[in-house]
Structure formats: structure tokens, C-alpha cells
Design a protein around this ligand. Structure first.
Ligand code: FES
Length: 212
């Protein structure tokens, strides 16, 4: 976990699922055998965030823990461990910059700096208009196309300071930035192009797409 250790200062005093979300929660719980209901905690927290403006108040953690008959402290541990769960209100777009070693070696510090300058906030802050939250996260598993970020469900890879600012500009203007590699790569590959298993593929007569 990185940059999300803080509970919101203002917390609602109670939380309950809507009827529809309660049905969804019960469907997840029913997937597990008796006594193992706690295994449903991740999908239930996702439902909480959908219902509650994309963050999980403490009352909802207690509610889910009680529903799953597990100690509340264990629910807190799960909620605060995963960077996809927010402990306080966030902006419409949460920019998560990977700053783990491969991304750092490839310029993630420049991306953080570019975001901070463009948005006028620092890490773990949200812009006054609540459009953007900026966060650093640990490895997101796309190291081959480092440096990279995640916004919502999309990865943006092979970034530079300029392309990072371009993505923010697109979002500010209401445009949908192109996800994936921001260079001519079409997947996870070396800067010099595809290498792994190319020869074997050719020997087998498999078509190899060369884009770099
Ligand atoms: S180090 Fe950034 S994606 Fe793995």
C-alpha cells in the first residue's frame, strides 16, 4: 500500500447497502462455504465504493465485517492494504503513478513532478474541483513498458513528461486518452521490438507482427 493511510476526517455515522446491493452482496457470499464468508470481502468492498462515491467509510467497514462475521480489525486491514480502496473522498480521476524500481529507473519521478506541476497538488492530494487525485503506487505489473500509470481501469505506459501532461489535458478537456503504450508498441515488448520466441514462431509459420 502506498499513500492511503488516512481515514477521512468526516465520517458518516452509519452505512447500509441498498436493497439491490444487498442482493449482490449476498450472491457473492453464497459462493463460499459456511464459515468462509470472509472470503467475499473484496467484492463487497467494491460494491461499497460503487454505492458511496468511490470511498469506504469506517461505518461501511464495520457493516461489511459484521455481515461477514469477521473481526472488524481484519476488515480494516484488508481495506487499507489494497490501493484500489479509498479511505477518503477522491477526485473523479485518480492518477496512480507507479514508482517502484523499474518505473523509477525509467523516469517515474518525472511523471510525478509533471502531474504535480500540471495539477497544482502534491501526492495524496485532490484538486479543489475534485477532478483529480494524485497517488503513488507499487508495481502494477506492466514493468516492461515502464514508466506507467493507472487511471481508473486503464493503464498508460511508456510515458514521458510530455505524454503524461497530454493525458491530463485530454481528461480536463473531456476527451478519452488512448490507453496502453503511448509509443508505437502494441503490447508488452522491448523498445527495440518483439524478440521473445520470434524465431520459433517463424519456424512454425506463425505470422509475426512487427511494429517497432
Ligand atoms: S515497476 Fe512499475 S509496473 Fe512494475
Amino acid at each position: 500500500m502506498s499513500g492511503k493511510s488516512f481515514f477521512a476526517a468526516e465520517q458518516p455515522t452509519s452505512f447500509v447497502f441498498t436493497d439491490e446491493n444487498l442482493r449482490r452482496a449476498q450472491a457473492h457470499i453464497a459462493k463460499y462455504p459456511a464459515g468462509k464468508q470472509a472470503s467475499a470481502i473484496l467484492p463487497l468492498f467494491h460494491i461499497v465504493q460503487e454505492q458511496h462515491d468511490n470511498w469506504i467509510p469506517r461505518a461501511a467497514m464495520n457493516y461489511v465485517a459484521d455481515m461477514l462475521e469477521m473481526p472488524r480489525i481484519k476488515a480494516y486491514e484488508v481495506a487499507t492494504f489494497y490501493s484500489m480502496f479509498n479511505m477518503a473522498p477522491v477526485g473523479r480521476h485518480t492518477i496512480e503513478v507507479c514508482t517502484t524500481t523499474p518505473c523509477w529507473l525509467r523516469g517515474s519521478a518525472d511523471l510525478v513532478d509533471a502531474c504535480q506541476r500540471r495539477l497544482g497538488i502534491t501526492l495524496n492530494e485532490t484538486t479543489a474541483d475534485r477532478h483529480f487525485t494524485l497517488r503513488e503506487v507499487e508495481c502494477l505489473g506492466a514493468c516492461v513498458n515502464a514508466p506507467m500509470i493507472q487511471i481508473g481501469e486503464h493503464y498508460y505506459e511508456d510515458l514521458t513528461r510530455e505524454s503524461m501532461v497530454g493525458i491530463i489535458d485530454d481528461l480536463v478537456a473531456g476527451r478519452e486518452p488512448k490507453p496502453g503504450s503511448q509509443t508505437r508498441k502494441y503490447g508488452s515488448m522491448n523498445d527495440s521490438g518483439t524478440t521473445t520466441l520470434i524465431d520459433e514462431a517463424r519456424q512454425l509459420g506463425v505470422a509475426v507482427q512487427e511494429t517497432v
